[in-house]
Ligand binder design. Structure first.
Ligand code: ADP
Ligand code: MG
Length: 249
C-alpha cells in the first residue's frame, strides 16, 4: 500500500444517490479518490458499479449527492461539464471504437473535434500513444482487423490522447478471450506505475491484488466494505463480501 492517502483528493463523492425510474441503483455512496490512487471496484452484477463509474464523469444524471473533481462540483448547473470530462478518460467493456475509421482516425477524433490539438499535434500524440500500447504498426488498420486485446489497447490509447488525469475502466477485459486479458492488464499496470489515478471495475482479482491501493466492494448500491487488497481478499468481514469472494476467487 502506497502512502497515497497523504495526497490531494482528486474525486470527492458524497452521499451519491441515483435511480432509474423506481429502481434505486446507488444508495448513498461516499468516498474520496486521491491523486495517483488505484481504486478497484468489485461486486455482483447489477450492484451499480457501472452506474457509479458513469456518474463520475457525468454520463448519468444523479438524484442527489455530490461528485467533486478537482474542487469542481460536476453536477452544479454552472459547471461546464466538457472541461471536466476532458480530464477523465473512460474505457468500456466493448471498446466503443468507430469501426468506419482506422486506428489513427479513432485516436485523432476527440482531440481535434474538441479543439485540444491541431491535426498535426493530434497525429503525433496518437502515434506516441500507439507506441505506448505496443501498436505503432496498426495505425492504418481498421478495428475489424484487430483482435479484441488489440482493440482494447487502442481504446486505452484513444483515451490517453486526451491527456486525462483520471482513467475509468469498466470491466475492460470481460469481453476478451482469456489469452488476451494479460496484454490489456499489462498496459493498465504500466499506467498505474506511471502514477495515473485510476478507478477500475474488474473481476480480475489477481490484478487487483497486485495493482490496487484500495478495493471497494459494492453491493446493492452501497459500499459494503473497503480496504487494501489484503484486507478485502484475505480477510473480508461482511457476510456479503465473503459470499461474493467465495464465488469469484
Ligand atoms: P453493474 O455494473 O454492477 O452490473 P449497473 O450499474 O450496470 O450494475 O446496473 C445497476 C442496475 O441499474 C441494474 O439493475 C440495471 O439493470 C439498472 N440500470 C443500469 N442502467 C440503466 C438504465 N440506463 N436504465 C434503466 N436501468 C438501468
Ligand atoms: Mg457493469
Amino acid at each position: 500500500m502506497q502512502a497515497v492517502n497523504e495526497g490531494n483528493i482528486k474525486i470527492h463523492v458524497e452521499d451519491l444517490k441515483k435511480s432509474f425510474h423506481k429502481l434505486q441503483v446507488l444508495r448513498g455512496i461516499s468516498t474520496d479518490i486521491y491523486e495517483g490512487e488505484v481504486v478497484v471496484i468489485i461486486g455482483p452484477s447489477g450492484s451499480g458499479k457501472s452506474t457509479f463509474l458513469r456518474c463520475l464523469n457525468h454520463l448519468e444524471q444523479i438524484d442527489s449527492g455530490k461528485v467533486v473533481v478537482d474542487d469542481v462540483d460536476i453536477f452544479d448547473r454552472k459547471t461546464n461539464i466538457n472541461t471536466t470530462r476532458e480530464k477523465i478518460g473512460m474505457v468500456f467493456q466493448h471498446f466503443n471504437l468507430f469501426n468506419n475509421m482506422n486506428v489513427l482516425r479513432n485516436l485523432m477524433l476527440a482531440p481535434v473535434d474538441l479543439k485540444k490539438a491541431t491535426k498535426e499535434q493530434a497525429r503525433a500524440k496518437a502515434l506516441e500513444m500507439l507506441e505506448r500500447v505496443g501498436l505503432a504498426d496498426k495505425a492504418e488498420n481498421f478495428p475489424s482487423q484487430l483482435s479484441g486485446g488489440q482493440k482494447q489497447r487502442v481504446a486505452i490509447a484513444r483515451a490517453l490522447c486526451m491527456e486525462p488525469d483520471v482513467m475509468l475502466f469498466d470491466e475492460p477485459t470481460s469481453a476478451l478471450d482469456p489469452e488476451m486479458v494479460g496484454e490489456v492488464l499489462q498496459i493498465m499496470k504500466a499506467l498505474a506505475a506511471d502514477g495515473m489515478t485510476m478507478v477500475i471495475v474488474t473481476h480480475e482479482i489477481g490484478f487487483a491484488r497486485e495493482v490496487a491501493d484500495r478495493v471497494l466492494f459494492i453491493d446493492e448500491g452501497c459500499i459494503v466494505e473497503e480496504g487494501t487488497p489484503e484486507e478485502i481478499f484475505n480477510h473480508p468481514k461482511t457476510p456479503r463480501a465473503i459470499d461474493f469472494l467465495n464465488k469469484v476467487l
